[in-house]
Design a protein around this ligand. Sequence first.
Ligand code: BGC
Length: 363
Amino acid sequence: MMMGSMSSAETSAGMKKTAFGNMPDGQAIDLYTLTNRHGMQAAITNYGGTVVRLITPDRNGHMDDVVLGFENLAGYLQTEPYLGALIGRYGNRVGHAQFKLDGVTYHLAKNDGDNTLHGGLKGFDKRVWTARDVSSKGAPALELKYLSKDGEESFPGNLSVTVVYTLTDDNELKIDYSATTDKDTVLNLTNHSYFNLAGQGNGDILKDQIMINADRFTPVDAGLIPTGELKSVAGTPFDFRKSGVIGAHINDADEQLKLGKGYDHNFVINRNGPGLVLAARVTEPTSGRVMEVSTTQPGVQFYTGNFLDGTLHGKGGKVYKQSYALCLETQHFPDSPNKPSFPTTELKPGETYKETTVYRFMH
Ligand code: BGC
């Protein structure tokens, strides 16, 4: 008997709040499950603003969870590689864990060799955010707020951050970021979801096709800090301007791939001006799922889960091995505070930081 496709079934849209666990000090943490008219779901916790589940249809209407994660808060409280989390204040790396702003040198925590990764020892991924339902008709939306105090992780300024996750009826998870400061500072916010369009834990992503709308990328040194060059992708394994298989060249004898242990590089998104542009499209052959990533940001980090090593056991007891997921972290370029030629990541009092990224799911 033919089952009706889930994508055409009408489901009641909305948001549901459930308990997700307790912080070591007892604070209760919640999980907010957003559902759209087509039954697509995004479950987000106010711990780290983390996307815990993202349930989307495949070409047969079968629903699967396409992001890596854990069943409950306890999973996220163990050391883990930022699965699904909001990242700040500075997503990606700051070289030598320091930067200079207005003549002052700020020294950050070295949590990645000699460098700072994803905001330091206790970044936004490990903070409890204040949640509010800001849904409008037909579009469940969750607002998360966090005040990062002056000096937190050694960054200057009281930084007030708002992130709104909206699940649209076009099967999009839209993320709107905004922030203000009371002192000159730097910031680079992103979301660190690990996607596997075949369903989380269901094998590697090496057979997926990817298109990245970038003529150039930022090559890195041994610490994965950009050299400052914007290098043409032409004639390199980084040329995904036409859709290509992710695994086709991942083991090539290419210096950049060796340094990243695969793809772990920032691409310079082609754009003619400000606004949302398509950054990347991923197609998973067996399920037929397609994900498009659009953003207002200048860059996107394409990471092929190189450091996943099978030690993490995620939802449903699935084991997360190398290349079992990919990340497309929309962002400003890594180490921008130390690279005056890169688009600036400075924010001043009176200004409002605003960025938007949309992950759209099709089949
Ligand atoms: C970085 C990787 C890192 C991963 C998890 C990515 O954004 O580029 O090098 O291993 O995050 O921390």
